[in-house]
Design a protein around this ligand. Structure first.
Ligand SMILES: [Mg+2]
Length: 113
């Protein structure tokens, strides 16, 4: 599945207040789901002594897949709310990172390096 197909298919499932002209709900959802990802890793550290992804079982990875998907869903909705293409966002991000890599400025700070 490519990003455009994902954005279109996920949009059909977008049911929240003011859908079509809001960033509030999907932003809150994105932060919440990102928190769920962090919480999963935290609990693996606390309960299982897991500090590295290579230590995760396949079952644990599948639980993370669900949370990563939730994060992706909210990013896709934010793109749709802003009339942006998720595929374009992905491409622009890769272009930016490769440009930085080519110029030797992957490290450092500043949004417009
Ligand atoms: Mg979740």
């Amino acid at each position: 599945m490519d990003f455009q197909e994902y954005q279109e298919k996920s949009r059909v499932t977008a049911k929240y207040p003011d859908v079509g002209d809001t960033f509030t709900y999907p932003t809150l959802g994105l932060v919440g789901e990102a928190g769920e990802v962090a919480d999963k890793f935290k609990k693996h550290m606390r309960d299982n002594g897991i500090a590295r992804p290579s230590q995760l079982s396949e079952e644990q990875k599948q639980e993370l897949v669900k949370e990563f998907g939730d994060v992706l869903w909210y990013i896709a909705q934010l793109c749709s709310e802003c009339s942006l293409s998720l595929a374009d966002v992905a491409q622009m991000n890769i272009d930016k990172l490769y440009s930085r890599m080519d110029r030797g400025v992957l490290g450092g700070s500043g949004d417009n390096r």
